[in-house]
Design a protein around this ligand. Structure first.
Ligand SMILES: C[S@@+](CC[C@H](N)C(=O)[O-])C[C@H]1O[C@@H](n2cnc3c(N)ncnc32)[C@H](O)[C@@H]1O
Length: 314
């Protein structure tokens, strides 16, 4: 089993520190609790910090609750999807928080638990739901979606050039009852890809698995709704830090940050008019990657893109 190492841990703490230390009773939202790696380090660093943590995976919450044992009195864990941030805060009577952290995607626990169906390298049912209590599994999507919808999912969310060939084979296999496991799907994708392409760029199933996971969990729609809520929820001087692991997520974060930091002053004026300067500023110009030494120790950090924004006015 792969050891869980929180990605860019020190950098995330450093980015959130100015927002946390300026408040007497700071609150941070960990939108993606996972195994609680980032939350634990934040709570240990700031003895007066309280965290509201979200995860849609009950298994993750169970593990995090154990890992956070010593600091659990300062954590409220919510089993919810992170596009419910506004609703949950309202329910708690909290109008703003000092910091919010998103560490997107699947956790090493989810990838390592074979029967969750996230890993193309392990034999398992095609599930891929982060919240196993609701929604369609990958198997149900593969069995019921139209040819066009499957092509759209695999092409758009997997950025897969050979989506139509893969989907033709999926339709054939589902009709003959031979598409029942992660292994069946991984082998089907492999034989759908031309031999010359197969020799480059890692396991060809990776893109199709990513696409199905995104569709199963509605990841991009949920993120598009969540980032504006998070931007709105930070106090003046508060910060939002987001780590993405694939370009489709990063694109959403970048575009919401660009909107929030744009001045409303009409183009051509030499300075911002009163009340039209942006209420948010980028903390990092563009995005940051993990350092080479971190990537050496933690392969998951390789595709990470980090972005951060601060609220500077009401
Ligand atoms: C990469 S892991 C987080 C790891 C965590 N930072 C740590 O150090 O242990 C991402 C977690 O976010 C959860 N998650 C992903 N999308 C979510 C969503 N839309 N709402 C709530 N939780 C989500 C996953 O279930 C997973 O446990």
């Amino acid at each position: 089993m792969q050891q869980h190492i929180p990605v860019a841990l020190e950098r995330c703490i450093a980015l959130l520190t100015p927002a946390i230390v300026r408040a007497t009773n700071p609150i941070v939202i960990d939108a993606t609790l996972g195994m609680g790696g980032h939350s634990k380090a934040l709570l240990e660093t700031f003895p007066n910090l309280k965290i509201i943590a979200f995860d849609r995976d009950k298994g993750a919450i169970e593990i995090a609750t154990k890992n956070l044992n010593e600091v659990i009195d300062r954590v409220v864990i919510v089993h919810a999807v992170y596009d419910e941030i506004s609703e949950v805060l309202e329910g708690m009577g909290i109008s703003e928080v000092e910091g919010i952290l998103f560490d997107l995607g699947v956790s090493s626990m989810q990838l390592d638990t074979a029967d969750r169906g996230f890993a193309y390298s392990q034999e398992a049912p095609l599930d891929m739901r982060m919240d196993q209590s609701q929604g369609l599994s990958a198997q149900e999507i593969l069995d019921t979606y139209s040819r066009n919808d499957l092509v759209r999912v695999i092409r758009n969310f997997g950025e897969e050039k050979f989506a139509t060939r893969i989907v033709d084979n999926i339709i054939e296999a589902r009709e003959s009852g031979t598409l029942k496991s992660t292994k069946d799907l991984a082998e089907l994708v492999k034989r759908s890809i031309p031999a010359a392409t197969r020799r480059t760029g890692g396991n060809p199933a990776k893109r199709t698995f990513q696409a199905l996971r995104i569709e199963v969990n509605q990841e991009l729609e949920v993120l598009s709704r969540a980032i504006p809520q998070a931007i709105k929820a930070i106090a003046i001087g508060g910060r939002l830090v987001v780590m993405s692991y694939q370009s489709l997520e990063d694109k959403i974060v970048k575009s919401e940050f660009t909107k929030a930091t744009a001045s409303h002053t009409p183009l051509g004026l030499p300075m911002d008019l009163p009340n039209s300067a942006a209420s948010y500023q980028l903390v990092i110009r563009g995005s940051e990657s993990a350092t080479a030494s971190e990537i050496n120790q933690n392969a998951r950090a390789q595709s990470m893109r980090l972005r951060a924004i601060e609220r500077v006015a009401a």
